[in-house]
Design a protein around this ligand. Structure first.
Ligand SMILES: [Zn+2]
Length: 135
């Protein structure tokens, strides 16, 4: 998805959450960006921050913080869930996987049974992890 549209979606979702929690002012929005989502986290945070200045008043002064969500994989053969650390990928391989997640199948095998048949269960996408504010 285009970063601009993604930022708008994040802001719309933050506004909805703030209203559900009956906040009158939002102080901080914590975004979780999966480490397999090819997006520059700092750049995206400032893009959201910039768009907030045109958002509805309750969101205008919110701080934007980004955390990276760790990737997780699930083996289709034995159903074990594992991380990149469990699969013992090198730093270089890890970078390649973060750049093109499909590369995981080149560099990784299930650490339990050795199968190359696994799916990505976490680490993609952007979601609002936390929103804080005043009632
Ligand atoms: Zn397995």
């Amino acid at each position: 998805m285009h970063e601009w549209a993604l930022a708008e979606a994040v802001i719309a979702s933050a506004a909805e959450t703030a209203r559900q929690q009956k906040m009158s002012v939002v102080e901080e929005i914590v975004l979780n960006i999966g480490e397999l989502q090819s997006i520059d986290a700092e750049m995206f945070a400032s893009l959201v921050k910039n768009q907030l200045t045109q958002a509805e008043p309750l969101l205008q002064d919110a701080e934007v913080r980004v955390v990276r969500g760790e990737a997780a994989f699930e083996c289709q053969a034995c159903k074990k869930e594992f991380s990149e650390q469990d699969a013992k990928v090198s730093e270089e391989e890890r970078e390649a996987i973060h750049f093109v997640p499909e590369m995981a199948h080149v560099y990784m095998r299930c650490p339990a049974c050795g199968s190359p048949d696994f799916s990505i269960v976490r680490g993609r996408g952007v979601f609002i992890q936390e929103i804080t504010g005043q009632p």
